[in-house]
Design a protein around this ligand. Structure first.
Ligand SMILES: [Zn+2]
Length: 225
């Protein structure tokens, strides 16, 4: 029997992804081999705490530089963070990009039950026709936020070059025809309690993340991505 050979690019990408995962593990943001209760009530064995991903400044600089390097072949005028949460990473991307782009951020919210993304008015005049924009997000789940922000940029006449992210949970590698380049592309399965394999094995349930969230802020103010 012959094992299918992986092509060198695939192997290189896998190795790189492992390194990035290890970096995120060292920040304390990435948890694996656990049995975790999510705020949704679902159970999972892996979890990423978004607020911790940029707590190690030198790691963030390194990760930002990898994203900048990927997009270095294109001139970029603006690095646009999806929100305050991704702003530290966005800063590191902007610093490392050879075009010396300016940095700005959008704000996320929910209006009439719908997700909404806005750009502070002061930034509007900085996006002119043909302004080249790189959108930066920490964690891309459904891609809705980056899609809304991309639409907003295009309404202002700007051109979205791509999307840089730390982590991509969705299998889609593009949003609205724009490439998503992520340091880690990985989804983790979530289970309703009655179908959870860890529950079946009797593994103790870790409720730490849900408790911590409840202490921190009311659910209505939760930032969504
Ligand atoms: Zn479970």
């Amino acid at each position: 029997m012959t094992a299918a050979r992986k092509d060198p690019t695939t192997v290189e990408n896998e190795v790189r992804e492992k390194i990035h995962l290890e970096i995120l593990k060292r920040t304390g943001a990435y948890h694996a081999n656990d049995h975790i209760l999510l705020p949704s009530g679902q159970h999972t064995s892996e979890f990423i705490e978004k607020t911790l991903v940029t707590t190690e400044a030198s790691f963030t600089e390194g990760l930002g530089a990898v994203i900048a390097k990927h997009f270095a072949q294109w001139p970029i005028d603006v690095v646009l963070s999806t929100g305050p949460g991704a702003l530290i990473l966005s800063h590191c991307v902007a610093r490392a990009h050879p075009s010396r782009p300016t940095l700005m951020y959008g704000t996320k919210g929910v209006s009439a039950g719908k997700r909404k993304v806005t750009l502070p008015a002061e930034f509007h005049r900085l996006i002119r026709p043909a302004t080249k924009v790189l959108i930066v997000e920490d964690l891309v789940s459904s891609g809705t936020t980056v899609k809304l922000l991309s639409d907003l940029v295009e309404e202002l006449g700007g051109q979205v070059i791509g999307i840089g992210a730390l982590w991509r949970r969705t299998k889609k590698s593009e949003v609205a025809g724009k490439e998503i380049f992520s340091l880690v592309s990985r989804d983790f399965p979530t289970y309703p309690p009655e179908q959870c394999p860890m529950c079946k094995k009797g593994v103790a349930l870790n409720q730490e993340f849900v408790k911590r969230r409840e202490h921190r802020r009311p659910s209505s103010a939760r930032e969504r991505n």
